[in-house]
Design a binder for this molecule. Sequence first.
Ligand SMILES: Cc1cc2nc3c(=O)[nH]c(=O)nc-3n(C[C@H](O)[C@H](O)[C@H](O)COP(=O)(O)OP(=O)(O)OC[C@H]3O[C@@H](n4cnc5c(N)ncnc54)[C@H](O)[C@@H]3O)c2cc1C
Length: 353
Amino acid sequence: MKVNMLVIGQGICGTFLSHYLEKAGLSFLVIDDARPQSASRTAAGVINPVTGRRLVKTWMIEELMDFARKAYEEIGIKLGIQCLTETSIVDFFPTPRMRLTFLERQKEESTFLAMPVDEKDHLQNFHYEFGYGLIKPALLIDLSSLLNAFRKKLSAAGQLMESIFEINALKLSENGIKYQDIDAEWIIFCDGTTSFTNPEFRNLPFAPNKGEVLIIETEGIPMTKTIYKKGISLVPLENNLFWVGSSYDWEFKNEAPDRIFRERTELLLLDWLKRPFTILDHRAAVRPATLERRPFVGFHPLYEHVGILNGMGTKGCSLAPYFSNQLVENIVTQKPVLPEADIRRFSKILSRP
Ligand SMILES: Cc1cc2nc3c(=O)[nH]c(=O)nc-3n(C[C@H](O)[C@H](O)[C@H](O)COP(=O)(O)OP(=O)(O)OC[C@H]3O[C@@H](n4cnc5c(N)ncnc54)[C@H](O)[C@@H]3O)c2cc1C
């Protein structure tokens, strides 16, 4: 089989890379092992424009958000699904100090921060003492529908090989790559945490970060797609189900769900929600994060047919569409990838044996 591109992984990166390859008229095959605990299948799908206790705007957010809006609408139309909702985040202030910080920041940052008309209007469902602010607009992506629908499309078109990619079977040549009976001009690794051990890319400064979440069922909280936040986030799914999370662990012993997270989060929920709830599931995944919190995009300095699209960290939903498009533009028109994301900034360490 001959294709322009072999794509490894069908998380949010592999999905958007395939989408833009198709738009550019390039042929491709995706190999994905369908592991249920990938980051993309565990994520909430929130694009939150501000971050941290100081509520600073996230890197390039205006540009990324505009791009994401168009990208998710476009891919949704292609798949016949709606996977993007414009929403707001109800940010309950955990302390009077956080309330002050919000009010101060709102004076400087009126694009994404606002005060509601009536701060008491969520008292029916939540315990909160210090009011709340609104972060808006935020975007909510239905990752499950998107990944499933795209996978179905790939499968129907014969563009998906559901198996584990074995790096030892990859052969590099001057004109491209060979893997089993597949000849391709390029291979791009969109395999999330597996890249941490890839011989060509393991020298990149990855910083694995474990996140855990609960799935709960509760009645009474409106399923209006509003996201609620008080230390942890409560994100509506469907049929009275909510995603609750998450943790950010830089040091962890294993990738499995941990009893301590479940117990701690259950206590937080008992303290916060006025409605009874049932925990239905507990999941964990490792985020492919990076030390300097910027993605890894582009081709290896020594192997020009081998590339990577990874390192999306906590922001895969906003970064993956934008940088997938940049990578395909780079292939088709040689337009450079943004220097802060281009892996050529690590040429020296990638050239080490
Ligand atoms: C708890 C949690 C919450 C999160 N919430 C958000 C959020 O709300 N918003 C946001 O923007 N980001 C969020 N993230 C981060 C986001 O999930 C990641 O940035 C993003 O999913 C990374 O996507 P990816 O495609 O690079 O990797 P992955 O999602 O890990 O995809 C990699 C794919 O490659 C496949 N694969 C791996 N190795 C092989 C192999 N050897 N052979 C074949 N296939 C292979 C896997 O099966 C998988 O399908 C969250 C992450 C976690 C863990």
